[in-house]
Write a protein of this length. Sequence first.
Length: 474
Amino acid sequence: MTRTRTAPSRWSALAVLCAGTLMIILDGSIVTVALPAVQRELGFSASGLTWTVNAYLIAFGGLLLLAGRLGDLLGRRRVFVAGLVVFTLASLLCGIAGSPEALIAARFLQGAGGALVSAVGLGMVVTLFTEPVERGKALGAYAFTGSAGASIGQVLGGVITDTLGWGWVFLINLPIGAAAVFFALRILQDDRGPGLSGGADALGAALVTGGVMLGVYTIVQADEHGWATGRTAGLAALSLVLLAGFLARQATAASPLLRLGMLRARNVWGANLVQMLALAATYGFQVVLALYLQNVLGYGAYETGLAMLPAALAISVVSLGFSARLITRFGQRPMLLTGLGLLFALFLLLTRLPSDGSYLVDVLPALLLAGGFGLAMPALTGLGMSVERPEDSGVASGLFNTTQQIGSALGVAVLTTLAASRTESLTGRGESEAFALTDGFRLAFGIGAGLTAAAIVLTVWILRTRSDIAKLPA
């Protein structure tokens, strides 16, 4: 007899999914604050230190699509719980690491665990909530978990590192992870997939995992080796060859890892493309604005985290309080366009930042416009997960998270590189450091505005809701 899941248990399941995802998101931003202390105590070189972040990003981004398909085949709860266990154990290894090599290896393992959790979480939310209003509320809560977690992590990272030491930014995950595993096993429904025999495309898995990992590696290393070098171009070309091989394999495989018919749905591929542009802008904005607060206004790490909190609060108010009702009433595409419009206005305001700026006058008004992210992401997520077959929700979730990671990594790399290049050019001409830094940051924000504008154009051109389709000529 199949147990029917009641409304309260579905919302409890959502809480478990959000808690597991929040732990993954928090860890990423907490670690960045602790990096200076990690470098001092473990003796990292400047270039080696970046691998504490890059190792995680490469494993996380590279395994998302495969992890989503494993959820479809083995059962999403099993993969979710396995990811929590791997991430928690890897956090213990990170916290007790005594050498740079040990920490980098543990961070790679953390990324693998994080990929398992993130890849299936979104698919489980979509499966749990099928009624439009409830799904809108659930996606709003899930989007808030991802977007606000980064800001909260910056504050917690500063407090934990200053009071307990850098190791505790990882060890704090142990009780959280253990509780998440306990409640996941008690609350999440045990779904059974067809097993690996139902679609274990080993060659396709190797091609896509290698292609995405190599692509993320190329992006995160381009700042060090240069975007226009033969090395970067060669690695990027090899990544594209692997991904092209993956697509060719999916067209002929008996049990493809990614059903290509799913990509013929314009809302699915269009939403992934729009998300890549939007997140390239917004994640780059967070990093660049933090650099402005610290290097121009003189804020410390803890003060920077507090200064960024209004953005998280604005996102939470919109995503948890208004997004579901607005999307239900006006539709996904209109609300996506509204959210992107607010983000475009945010970037325009930041392109006017002065070198002697005031937080209340020049920064805070822009941060409040970040609420547009809380409106755009639930709508974008709903469009990106609009697959026809429920058995495709896991791989759709993995794909959506993969483009999210690629967009985020690409945005941070491009915006920070352009800002640094502009600053170097101006200081070479004799401009003051404050002016040169600020002008570089303004250039980055201008690029962010351009990326957001491109996302708006693609939304109008590609994405369609049912009401839009009904208006199209026959």
